[in-house]
Design a protein around this ligand. Structure first.
Ligand SMILES: C[S@@+](CC[C@H](N)C(=O)[O-])C[C@H]1O[C@@H](n2cnc3c(N)ncnc32)[C@H](O)[C@@H]1O
Length: 229
């Protein structure tokens, strides 16, 4: 891959469109392993706002002791969420991701007390249930990445009264996934597992890369609060 300083929007577009060819989960993870080195630079070019919007929302909802709170960063990638949360007073992070390449960069941030490799949807979430104050998942709940059913595991991993913050894309190729996700979120609310405390549709989520779209694509942010069993 080209060195990070020379990256352009056209390079980023080509990388992301190439990901659409990765139909199997192992192909997808190889894609992220190869993208890891340029990921931070490329998502800045893309103006990818999911991590900052998610952290802003958690910052406004979380009223507990931030220094003591334990955060599970699911599909942590290179560690963008933990870096932003640290600025808001959070100190303890556990990261999970399928890509060793991405996690190598997360490890370099020195923010994670533990990093676990796991293919979500294929392997169970490798954590103890009910042990996290906040669970974050940004940029990974979408078609071809983390299956919708994993949100139940995210809820189980959270302490009663804890928060789960999730994001997904609202553009045309993710609409079916988004509808299935919202169905599951609602079903879990009806089962008394959690309540929705924030749902925000955002128009300028990230720059569009497909030929069918221009400008920015939209996305959605959800925050749920778990209820005592
Ligand atoms: C777009 S990146 C988002 C990274 C980070 N959360 C952020 O917002 O910058 C998506 C991440 O999800 C991970 N991922 C995608 N599908 C996964 C799966 N099924 N299991 C585990 N990790 C997965 C990728 O390896 C990648 O690091």
């Amino acid at each position: 891959m080209m060195s990070a300083e020379n990256r352009t929007f056209e390079n980023v577009k080509a990388v992301i469109l190439s990901a659409h060819k990765n139909t199997t989960s192992s192909n997808k993870i190889t894609f992220y392993d190869n993208w890891a080195e340029n990921y931070d630079q490329d998502v800045a070019i893309l103006d990818f706002r999911a991590p900052s919007l998610a952290v802003k929302s958690i910052d406004s909802h979380f009223a507990g002791d931030r220094e003591a709170a334990v955060v599970l960063d699911v599909a942590c990638g290179t560690g963008q969420v933990a870096k932003l949360m640290k600025r808001h007073g959070f100190r303890h992070f556990v990261g999970i991701d399928g890509s060793r390449g991405m996690m190598e960069l997360a490890k370099k941030t020195e923010l994670y007390q533990d990093l676990k490799q796991c293919m979500l949807g294929e392997e169970p979430l490798p954590v103890q249930w009910g042990s996290f104050d906040v669970v974050m998942i940004t940029g990974a709940l979408s078609m071809g990445q983390v299956p919708v059913g994993v949100v139940r595991e995210l809820c189980k991993a959270t302490k009663p009264g804890g928060y789960i913050c999730m994001t997904t894309r609202s553009n045309y190729d993710n609409l079916e996934y988004k509808a299935a996700l919202e169905c599951e979120l609602k079903r879990m609310e009806e089962e008394g597992l959690w309540v929705c405390v924030d749902k925000t549709e955002v128009e300028d989520w990230e720059k569009a890369v497909s030929e069918k779209e221009e400008g920015y694509i939209s996305g959605c942010l959800y925050v749920y609060k778990t209820l005592a069993p």
